[in-house]
Design a protein around this ligand. Structure first.
Ligand code: ADE
Length: 244
């Protein structure tokens, strides 16, 4: 996969050189390029923003530097239409299903807006060259798209083949099956008056699996009742019904 990120703060994306994503880049599993939007300006002051038509607070990102930047990254791969992700609190909500979907793409381009956002005409114009998806991390407002890109690239990048050493760990994690993950414990079994649940020391793998499933349902119902709505009692497996 190839990822291009356009930002006025390219240094913000430095953490993508670390850990699993950094290693994936070194290993050639992921090509990630960060571009400074200001290099696509033509004036002496490298201006990227201006006052909003219609008035109001703050500044809006000018369209032309964005068009220049996006044209330059889209041209990098002739033929296919890359997905342009525009992080915005006004976008569709990012989740694990979307991470899986985007992990299938050949090229993703992230356009990090700042200030009050990017001139809307960029979004309209970009449809010719990209599949455009405004995406929100959640119902809160960040100062810009960069932090959202860090989160999305990590969530997507770890799903690429070979990035996570043991692909089994992608199976039993929160959201992989629509539920939150079960709690985990390690040695020592007795620690500061808190013991590991005895079932986990029993060696009975069937009972352990049942307990873990039960914990998944219990946690999900308690912390994220909204996720439980996706579970139709009629389609639950017998083991799931026992866990409930
Ligand atoms: N930019 C500002 N707020 C955001 C959010 N909640 N999600 C994605 N991008 C954003």
């Amino acid at each position: 996969m190839r990822i291009d990120v356009v930002s006025i703060f390219p240094e913000y994306l430095a953490p993508l050189e670390l850990s699993l994503i950094g290693k994936a880049r070194q290993d050639g599993l992921l090509e990630l390029n960060v571009h400074d939007l200001r290099t696509f300006t033509t004036d002496k002051h490298r201006t990227v923003d201006d006052t909003p038509y219609g008035g109001g607070a703050g500044m809006v990102m000018k369209p032309e530097p964005w068009a220049q930047a996006l044209e330059s990254v889209a041209a990098a791969r002739e033929g296919s239409k890359p997905v342009l992700i525009v992080p915005s609190p006004a976008g569709e909500k990012f989740n694990q299903a979307l991470a899986y979907e985007l992990a299938e793409e050949e090229q993703l381009v992230f356009a990090c807006g700042r200030y009050e956002g990017i001139d809307e005409r960029v979004i309209d114009w970009a449809q010719e060259h990209f599949t455009v998806r405004p995406v929100s991390l959640g119902d809160y407002v960040l100062n810009g798209g960069e932090v959202a890109v860090l989160a999305m690239v990590e969530a997507i990048g770890r799903l690429l083949p070979g990035v996570v050493g043991n692909p089994e760990s992608l199976v039993e994690e929160s959201h992989s099956d629509g539920l939150l993950e079960y709690p985990v414990y390690t040695k020592p079994s007795a620690w500061r008056e808190h013991d590991v649940p005895p079932i986990l020391l029993s060696g009975n793998h069937g009972k352990i699996a049942q307990w873990r499933r039960h914990e998944q349902f219990r946690r999900t119902a308690e912390r994220r009742p909204d996720l439980m709505e996706g579970f139709d009692a009629g389609v639950l497996s017998r083991a799931d019904r026992t866990a409930l």
